[in-house]
Ligand binder design. Structure first.
Ligand code: UD1
Length: 368
């Protein structure tokens, strides 16, 4: 029998940890499955991409589309044009897309229109906020794909409500947590905290990159004022996303940053170093999607600076707290977390490090 060809698409930083364990899981089926990695090049800096391949021990992608940055339309269109060429050449039996980034929507639309089946990993999540580009990417991808692999019950409920064929919905757990399992072993050896001269719990780890939080000068300045307040109690370790870095410069806020003693800006960190800093942080402040899940699994308090989350299980069961992203609400939440007892969480169902093994098994069964 000819081996079945499966393409997994990666493009942006949060994709790499979702695909790496899946790639490992497919190795067991090497006789029947050829698993091919395609990198769109949505993220291209070493710190946003290559560092993750290294940390996750993922092989180099077979195809690198090199699309780079651009407006949403430009980026999505470029990915579609380049990915179509790969699909026509390889004629894959299945395309796997993960998460909610522009690479996800671009490759799922391209594949479906060529008559190729598509599986979406981390399907069904909804923030119900259509001003978020990721929400549009999630809705479109789920509405056209054939198989939905879901991380939490809310995803199943959303897909059912939207009329997705129930036979194509698989509640399998979270591949991001599979990677976290992998990283925990290695994180013990990270020297990052020592290099930064940090004691456990004396610092907060912060990340910010959502356009709504960093693309307006007043809003970004508000965050600096919040960091200034927080710096009275804790050091703040802030690995800065390229979008945020650019805007700090563009809005001439770099001087304000320097004035906050205890605020330590870093380049974006590799996966293992980031997890190691997370493990010893007193708490996390973020607007990321995936960090809400990682902190829930690790039972580390997390303030998510957004009006909504597409990952409600992290609020209902985990350590995540959603904080309205305005100065007063965040300062209140910071004061509460410093001075009051903290939320105690539990680990969501099937977040056991084996989601990728389950997914690979199900996908292989499609071809039997
Ligand atoms: C993307 C995802 C977001 C995800 C985030 C993680 C979409 C719609 N958004 O947002 O869901 O949480 O990745 O990081 O897909 N840039 C660099 N170097 C890079 C990558 C980007 O300098 O390696 C700059 C680009 O010039 C661009 C900006 O960062 O202007 C934003 O990059 P982009 O991929 O458009 O979106 P993100 O904000 O990273």
């Amino acid at each position: 029998m000819n081996r079945k060809k499966i393409i997994s698409v990666v493009g942006a930083r949060p994709n790499f940890m979702k695909v790496a364990p899946l790639h490992r899981a497919f190795q067991k089926y090497n006789d029947t499955i050829e698993h091919i990695l395609v990198h769109t090049g949505q993220h291209y800096d070493f710190s946003m991409s290559d560092a993750f391949f290294k940390d996750l021990e993922m092989p180099q992608p077979s195809y690198f589309l090199g699309v780079g940055s651009g407006s949403h339309a430009e980026q999505t269109a470029k990915i579609m044009v380049e990915f179509e060429k790969v699909c026509k050449e390889l004629k894959p039996d299945l395309v796997i897309v993960v998460g909610d980034v522009n690479s996800t929507i671009a490759c799922s639309v391209t594949a479906v229109k060529l008559g190729i089946k598509v599986a979406h990993i981390e399907a069904g999540l909804r923030s119900f906020d259509r001003t978020m580009p990721e929400e549009i990417n999630r809705i479109v991808t789920d509405s056209i794909c054939n198989y939905c692999f879901v991380t939490e019950q809310s995803g199943v409920d959303n897909l059912n409500r939207e009329g997705f064929d129930t036979n194509g919905i698989f509640f399998v757990g979270n591949t991001m947590i599979d990677s976290l399992y992998f990283a925990l072993e290695h994180a013990k050896n990270s020297e990052k905290r020592n290099t930064l001269n940090l004691e456990p719990k004396e610092y907060v780890l912060a990340t910010l990159h959502r356009p709504t939080n960093v693309d307006e000068p007043e809003k970004l300045y508000e965050y600096l004022k919040i960091f200034k307040h927080l710096s009275r109690y804790r050091k703040i370790i802030f690995p800065v996303h390229p979008r945020t870095r650019k805007n700090l410069k563009y809005f001439s806020l770099e001087k304000k940053v320097e004035e906050i003693s205890g605020l330590i800006l870093l380049e974006p960190l590799g996966y293992i170093d980031f997890i190691s800093l997370m493990l010893d942080a007193d708490f996390i402040m973020t607007d990321s999607g995936g960090i809400q899940e990682e902190t829930t699994y690790l039972k580390i308090p997390c303030l998510t600076l957004r009006t909504t989350t597409e990952r409600p299980v992290t609020i209902e069961q985990g350590t995540n707290v959603l904080v309205q992203p305005d100065e007063n609400s965040i300062i209140q939440a910071v004061n509460d977390i410093i001075h009051k007892p903290r939320k105690v969480g539990t680990i969501p169902e099937l977040w056991d490090g084996k989601a990728s093994v389950r997914i690979a098994k199900i996908i292989v069964s499609f071809f039997n």
